[in-house]
Design a protein around this ligand. Structure first.
Ligand SMILES: Cc1cc2nc3c(=O)[nH]c(=O)nc-3n(C[C@H](O)[C@H](O)[C@H](O)COP(=O)(O)OP(=O)(O)OC[C@H]3O[C@@H](n4cnc5c(N)ncnc54)[C@H](O)[C@@H]3O)c2cc1C
Length: 465
């Protein structure tokens, strides 16, 4: 089969690249080994986890419903079988949506594992090979399994294994307090598991704003999630009916199931990159330039395999850029504002620099920070979700906004205002002096800007000494 552009992998980066290349008039073939399109994100990542997040949220809301609001509910309980049906239905709708988009855009989907034979052809298992003028590699990533004795027990599972559970484990240990680990901790505590996180570093989600993750740590502890931070897991014993997890200096915890979520590595092996002449690194992935061009000029790479970020939305954008360049257009990835959504309860979302990064880059004295708490926002108070705050970070010379960090209700949706502001190189005044509809949660972003400027309206200024 001959085509202009062959896309290897049908996840967020690959399917976006395929659709964009077809929109630009290319004859496009997308090779995906799984029976559904959508990749990790739609099948076993973002989408099914967030369907469970929704179940966990509904369960909590039903339990916490306040008779003050005039609603009296019977004792709610989890029906995991129903929740799983719901999760599967959401996944099905999303993955078949991608298949429909392929049809509508005239993208050919070939199912089977692909492997480069040389720099112009890909062999496809169980199907005819694909000859291409340009190719986009978008094979994604896979979960890392650290070399800890005993981790080969079937009770030690990755995120895909946890999403396939039909029963809630009574005791769940999570190895790794990163984003995926924390999201599952939040879900399973709501589902009724006793959750323990063992994390080698001193903090949860180390790449995020320290105050935000400190807030999460406090809430997790209050919710009864046990945290062992700064402790390395050394061994796991399978007792036949459960696990004994060894960590730190001779400490142990027993559990029924263990989620291993210590990070993901780019999927670069077994896909014939050597035959195509594409340079790669097992840890960093396929090296690309700002156009997402690899060491072979007509072969591009996008998404997790290209090793920049490990997010679906960065994969979407990289896929578009790669496709446009593959079709002879000039597109650059540039330096876009990348939102960092975390679907714990409370949610966290950041964009731009964290407070520590801003101070390091611009000097502490040149950075102003304002924090507006949700308890001072009417909409948050009405909904009973007033934990957390919005933080606005700007540099003082020009007032340029450097970052927004949100902890609390709908943080992952609200952060888009910060993304647009940062991409527009907005000043803090643009945000703080603009209008936000009242009463809404978005008012807190404007108010955080006002706090940073030292003229808040809806919280009292601290008296100057
Ligand atoms: C539990 C979990 C939750 C997540 N939640 C979020 C979230 O909320 N927000 C977010 O932005 N990101 C989230 N992510 C990350 C997100 O899923 C990934 O960043 C995203 O899927 C990467 O897209 P991709 O296209 O690069 O790779 P993938 O989605 O992994 O797609 C790669 C595709 O290539 C296929 N493939 C691989 N090798 C071959 C081959 N040889 N031949 C044919 N096909 C092949 C694979 O089957 C797969 O379908 C989450 C990840 C996990 C694991």
């Amino acid at each position: 089969m001959e085509c202009d552009v062959a896309v290897l992998g049908g996840g967020p980066a690959g399917y976006t690249a395929a659709i964009r290349a077809a929109q630009l008039g290319g004859n496009v073939v997308c090779i995906e080994k799984e029976p559904e399109l959508g990749g990790t994100c739609l099948r076993v990542g973002c989408i099914p986890t967030k369907a469970w997040v929704q179940t966990a949220h509904a369960l909590h809301a039903a339990r916490e419903i306040d008779p003050k609001l005039g609603v009296v509910a019977e004792e709610p309980r989890l029906d995991l079988a129903k929740a799983n049906e719901w999760k599967a239905a959401v996944v099905k709708q999303m993955t078949s949506g991608v298949a429909s988009l392929f049809k509508a855009n005239g993208v050919t989907w070939t199912q089977g594992a692909g492997r480069f034979e040389d720099a112009n052809s890909i062999a496809v298992e169980g199907s005819e090979s694909v000859q291409f003028k340009s190719a986009i590699v978008a094979t994604g990533s896979f979960p890392i399994r650290p070399p800890i004795p005993g981790l080969d027990s079937p009770r030690c599972i990755d995120s895909t294994g946890l999403l396939a559970q039909t029963e809630v484990p009574r005791r769940l240990v999570i190895l790794g307090g990163g984003i995926i680990g924390c999201e599952f901790a939040s879900i399973f505590e709501r589902f009724g598991s006793e959750v323990t996180i063992v994390e080698m570093l001193e903090t949860l989600i180390p790449q995020e704003d320290v105050e935000a993750t400190t807030e999460l740590r406090k809430v997790f502890t209050k919710r009864g999630i046990t945290l062992h931070l700064g402790k390395q897991c050394t061994q796991v014993d399978d007792t036949g009916s459960g696990l004994v997890v060894h960590f730190g200096e001779g400490e142990t915890v027993e559990c029924d199931l263990m989620l291993v979520s210590v990070g993901r590595a780019p999927l670069v092996e077994g896909i014939g990159l050597e035959a195509a002449g594409v340079s790669f690194d097992k840890r960093a992935g396929i090296g690309t330039d700002g156009q997402r061009r690899t060491s072979v000029p007509h072969i591009y790479a996008a998404g997790d395999v290209a090793g920049y970020w490990q997010l679906a939305h960065t994969g979407f954008r990289e896929g578009e850029v790669a496709a446009e360049n593959a079709l002879g257009h000039e597109a650059q990835i540039g330096d876009p504002a990348v939102p960092r959504p975390i679907y714990t309860d409370p949610e966290i979302a950041g964009v731009g620099l964290t407070e520590a990064e801003a101070k390091e880059r611009h000097g502490e004295e040149n950075v102003a920070v304002g924090k507006f708490p949700w308890v001072a926002n009417a909409r948050a108070v009405m909904t009973g979700e007033a934990t957390g705050w919005v933080k606005s970070i700007h540099e003082k010379t020009y007032g340029e906004l450097l970052g927004i960090v949100i902890v609390g209700p709908h943080a992952t949706d609200l952060i888009e205002a910060g993304v647009v502001a940062l991409d527009a190189e907005a000043t803090v005044e643009t945000v703080a002096d603009g209008m936000a509809a009242h009463p809404t949660l978005s008012e807190a972003i404007k108010e955080a800007g006002l706090v940073a400027l030292g003229r808040p309206i809806h919280i009292a200024l601290r008296r100057r000494s």
